[in-house]
Design a protein around this ligand. Sequence first.
Ligand code: SIN
Ligand code: FE2
Length: 207
Amino acid sequence: MTERPTLPPGVRHLPSYLPQEAQETLLEAIRAVVRQAPLYVPAMPRTGKEMSVRMTNCGALGWVTDQERGYRYQPMHPVTREPWPPIPEALLRLWQEVADYPHPPQACLVNFYTADAKMGQHQDRDEREFAAPVVSVSLGDDCLFRVGGTRRTDKTVSLRLCSGDVLVLGGESRLAFHGVDRIYPGTSMLLKSDGRINLTLRRVTAP
Ligand code: SIN
Ligand code: FE2
């Protein structure tokens, strides 16, 4: 798993994109976001099954899910009903550097994984603008990330994402299935305890 797998076209993995100090600064900004907009327990549409990942957002819009209303974007936190805090400057700059898209992101989903959390294979398709990529940043423990094609049955490749890595799903892979099979606890010292944070930047509406 340490050799670089061939990624599907449109998937870009930028290992160690953020140096240690930038990771620490970004983590502080995310801690401030979480103080204003606490992590909540998302639930699957219809079944109401709780996800193992804890979530919050920053940006004009946030991605949320619950049993009754399912997957959607909305301008406020589902529990506090407050507007989401703004996207930290460092993330807006990162988007400008890597997105190859002329408008800013509107949503930043904050996913927090404990040591045993995972995320099933899914497509990011609740946006209306698919010309913009999905840009994701990893902080904390490594994870095993898996990405395939635009059909659930397409073959997949696994790669390890580490703290400071950036992953871009764009072009032909904008709607690729992807997910997180496992966390490797104890592989990073960035967070105070085991776990992983993933930040996902997205453009929701067409400009
Ligand atoms: C996601 O697809 O929302 C999260 C991906 C990740 O945690 O790397
Ligand atoms: Fe996703």
